[in-house]
Every structure is written in structure tokens, then in C-alpha cells.
Design a protein around this ligand. Structure first.
Ligand code: GLV
Ligand code: MN
Ligand code: MN
Length: 417
């Protein structure tokens, strides 16, 4: 039997269901990073890693790592995984599939009696989703030397700084200044597509050639709170009016650029906070967070400039001031390693599966890992492209197919130098 035959769909599915059940009960599926619920999920994962015979540790950034020793560890480490945290009211597969499929691959190698030359490390990266500290991909940033002193000083609403929160997760931020790891030879991340392309084209596997860069802007308008019934329309300093202007511009500008062949372009105002947020009070402040995703770096730069100019106009039109315009986080588009995407494409061909290359509009830990080691991603279809929502769904046969492609790709990479 080939190694893929040792990947058990029922075992993988049972794990997915068990982790899904570890959710805030009133809002499935929610396991926010740094929360008690997240720790419960982590504790369960530690047990599963240990049951699989993995040597388990938390690294300095708070990533959970399970290691299966190789026969010639001197050749280095093959790594695979993703994240177990979720957005609020998220799904059961985003991140989880990549962690649990990698674990299933480790079990399959052991069941098959396959000894890899490389060490195999299965990883659950800490806080891939935007966290309450205002940044995402905390664990993968840490592993790749991209977590700065400024990041570690960021504070969550419950008044804890990121450094202390990583320590609470079992990490050791003081060691983040040590040299980055140099032993990782390849990183593979299996993930649901989170879009409709594979489903619409009736394809079984997506081979990711690039991951969009993510730029997040924080914008704040400051106006004046006044009585909604008595203040004449020409005497207002309404911060919501300024925010509305920006939201509308962001949408139409990104749409126009996407339609004009600028590659992958999306922009979203997913956070709009208005204060005091009362029906009979003119909004005093409005805070907007803009999330920009592009496959071409210069498009992000052009969008940021255009949005900044629009913010100035919006302030002037509404009689408010632009109190803040900051770039919260900014990553460039990432190319996946051609030698690994080539391995994945060969595996897919040899198994008579259908495939296409694609750009990931979603951000992933692989985008940071690519700074440290050759990295690649395998996508599975998901129903209606739904994600970041409880309706997110990956059919069991798609999850199994993805895990089998992953195990074959790991084995093929192990056999090279
Ligand atoms: C991660 O889920 C992202 O925001 O792309
Ligand atoms: Mn996500
Ligand atoms: Mn994800």
C-alpha cells in the first residue's frame, strides 16, 4: 500500500469534529487566540500529538510543535501545519485542517513504518487570525524573526501586553532575539481555499503560487458630539459622515483596480466603531480599519496613497479632523517555492487528480515561513467559498484528498537531498 493509503479519513474527521466542539458554547465556532477556550484546544492537541508519539514542545513564540525524529536529522526539518485559533463566529476548517492533516500524516508515516530522513515537525502556529493585540500571524512572525519589540509592547483590551500573553501561552519572548532557525528545509501548509474557484471549476486541488500581501490601516476621524435633533445640518462635525465617505471609496476603488487587471485586489472596511454610538447623538469619533490584499506590491502602495487623500477630503467635507492614519501591519505578496509547488503538482498528476495554480487572497502563516524556508500551500475546495463563518464546510473526501496529497509531498521532499 502506498503511504497515502495509511492516511485515515475517519481518524482525521474525528479529530476535526472534536476540536470543533471546543468552542465558546454560545457562538460556534469560536476559539480566540490567548483565551481559555484556545488553551483547552491546545491542551487537547498536546494530548493528540503525544498519542501520535510526537515529542511535544512550545517554542519561544508560543507555537505548539510536535516532532517525529528522522533517521538522519542532520539533513534538517520538514515542517507542516497551520493554526487552531479562529475568528469570532468562525468555521471548523480554517487552519484546523492544516494542523490536523499534518498530524494525520505523522501518524500515517508511523503506521506504515516509514522512517523519514528529515525530522518532521507538526506545528500549530499561535494566533494566525487578527488578534486582540491588533496583529495576526504572531507565532509565524516570531519563528521568522518578524516580531518586533514594538509588537511585543502592543496591549490587548484586557490590559496585557503581547510579551506577557506569549509567556502565558508557554512561550519565552526574551529568546526571540536569538538567531532564527536555520534547520527548516521545507514548509507545507494544507488549507481550505476560502473561495469559490476550485468548486466552480470542479477541481480537486489548488496549488498556491503566491499569497497576497496584507496591509491594514487604522483611520480615526474626530468631530463633535451634538444633539441630533437641534443641530442644523450645516453646523455639524459628524465623524460617521467622514467614515462613510471612506468606506464607499475603498470599495469602489478596489473594485475598479481589480477590474482593470491589477491582479488580485480586495479592500474591506471590516471594523467601523462610532462613538458614542447613540441614535440621538451626532458621532464624535469614527474609527475604521481597512484591510487591503494584493498580489502586486505597487497596487497596495497606490491604494494606501489614494485612501489617505480621500481621508483628507472626507475630513474637510464633514468638518472633522483626520486624527489618525496609521499602517497597523503591512506584508508584501509572497511567492511560494517553485521546487515545492513542482513536487505538489507531480503528486497530484501521479494520483490522477485535477488541479490548478492559484493566488491566495487570504493571509497564511506560510507567507511568513517563506522568509525562513522554501514554503508551499495546498488548497482543498470548500462549499460556496464560505469561510470565517460557521457555514464554512470542507467535505470529508476533500479533507482526506488534501491530507493524502500532503503526505505524498512530504515523502517526495524527504527523498530529495
Ligand atoms: C486570515 O484568515 C486572513 O485574514 O486572511
Ligand atoms: Mn482565517
Ligand atoms: Mn487560516
Amino acid at each position: 500500500m502506498s503511504i497515502a493509503g495509511f492516511v485515515q479519513g475517519s481518524r482525521l474527521w474525528a479529530d476535526i469534529e472534536t476540536l470543533a466542539a471546543i468552542t465558546d458554547p454560545d457562538r460556534p465556532y469560536t476559539r480566540r487566540s490567548f483565551s481559555e477556550r484556545f488553551m483547552l484546544g491546545r491542551n487537547w492537541l498536546v494530548e493528540r500529538f503525544r498519542d501520535a508519539g510526537l515529542e511535544t514542545r512550545i517554542d519561544e513564540s508560543g507555537n505548539l510543535i510536535g516532532r517525529r525524529a528522522g533517521s538522519n536529522g542532520a539533513v534538517g526539518v520538514l515542517m507542516s501545519g497551520s493554526h487552531s485559533d479562529t475568528v469570532p463566529d468562525g468555521g471548523r476548517f480554517d487552519g484546523v485542517l492544516g494542523v490536523l492533516a499534518a498530524l494525520e500524516c505523522a501518524r500515517a508515516f508511523t503506521d506504515a513504518g516509514v522512517s523519514l530522513r528529515h525530522h518532521l515537525e507538526i506545528v500549530d502556529f499561535l494566533a494566525e487570525e487578527p488578534s486582540d493585540f491588533g496583529i495576526s500571524c504572531i507565532g509565524s512572525r516570531g519563528m521568522t524573526g518578524a516580531l518586533t519589540r514594538e509588537h511585543l509592547a502592543l496591549r490587548a483590551p484586557w490590559d496585557e501586553n503581547l510579551s506577557d500573553a506569549i509567556t502565558r501561552m508557554g512561550g519565552d519572548p526574551a529568546r526571540l532575539t536569538e538567531p532564527r532557525r536555520s534547520d527548516i528545509r521545507a514548509f507545507f501548509e494544507l488549507h481550505i481555499e476560502q473561495g469559490v474557484v476550485l468548486e466552480q471549476e470542479r477541481l480537486q486541488i489548488g496549488v498556491v503560487e503566491a499569497i497576497a500581501g496584507v496591509t491594514r490601516l487604522e483611520i480615526m476621524f474626530s468631530g463633535r458630539a451634538d444633539h441630533a435633533g437641534t443641530t442644523p445640518m450645516d453646523r455639524r462635525q459628524d465623524a460617521a459622515v467622514a467614515a462613510a465617505h471612506v468606506v464607499s471609496f475603498v470599495h469602489s476603488e478596489a473594485r475598479a483596480r481589480a477590474a482593470s487587471g491589477a491582479g488580485h485586489v480586495t479592500a474591506t472596511c471590516g471594523v467601523i466603531d462610532i462613538s458614542p454610538n447613540a441614535s440621538n447623538v451626532i458621532p464624535r469619533t469614527a474609527r475604521v480599519i481597512v484591510d487591503i490584499r494584493v498580489s502586486e506590491r505597487h497596487v497596495a502602495e497606490a491604494l494606501v496613497s489614494a485612501i489617505q487623500a480621500t481621508c483628507r477630503d472626507a475630513a474637510s467635507i464633514s468638518g472633522t479632523t483626520l486624527a489618525r492614519f496609521t499602517i497597523q501591519s503591512d506584508t508584501s505578496p509572497t511567492r511560494c517555492a517553485p521546487e515545492l509547488t513542482g513536487i505538489i503538482e507531480n503528486v497530484v498528476r501521479e494520483n490522477d487528480l485535477s488541479q490548478r495554480r492559484m493566488v491566495s487572497g487570504a493571509g497564511h502563516d506560510a507567507a511568513f515561513l517563506a522568509r525562513l524556508a522554501p514554503s508551499a500551500m495546498i488548497f482543498t475546495p470548500c462549499r460556496d467559498g464560505r469561510s470565517h463563518d460557521p457555514d464554512e464546510w470542507c467535505a470529508p473526501e476533500d479533507a482526506l484528498r488534501g491530507a493524502r496529497v500532503l503526505v505524498d509531498a512530504l515523502l517526495a521532499r524527504d527523498r530529495l537531498n
